[in-house]
Design a protein around this ligand. Sequence first.
Ligand SMILES: [Zn+2]
Length: 195
Amino acid sequence: MPIFCPSCLNPASKDAKFCAYCNAPLNVEPTSAQAKALERASQSRRYVSHGLIGFLVGAFIGYLLRPAAPFVGQLPFGTVITRGSNLEGLDQLLVSTAESSFNYMLIGAIIGCVGLILITSALSRNRIEGSGTVQASRIESRSAFPKSVELGYTPEQVEAALGQPEKIINLGSKMIHVYSDMKITYLDGKVSDVQ
Ligand SMILES: [Zn+2]
């Protein structure tokens, strides 16, 4: 795991005692607030890098799909990126094609950038919801499992599953433990009835 300066969040070398950026001491574990800030920082770095990738890929696809001029075909990149401002003489007839080719690139870049940022945010939302679901099902299985009480269980086994009873009625060989939602009868120290 890379090490980060706890105060300025810049990457730091593992052996360094002080941050090379802000001189803060590095032998401190980041607090949870700083860990959250780190997570936010890496999240926004992810948005920026994915947005940039989407921008470039979209621009490239838009460039490949650019319209062709009659007789000339698709215009070269230098003409497209300058929107035909370097065209001279009769070539100036191609300015509108150069402009619409540039717009293809621009629209492709915008679609790619926005699209990848939306995908990134959807994925990170899924990750957060996913970990929430795992936690919920863990809690559920923890509380669902111990509810089972079987005939022949000792009071210790039942208490391990259900906890302490609310009331204990002791009648010698017969004993009744009352819980909020059930009543367990023991005969000679074993569960004989559950109500
Ligand atoms: Zn620092």
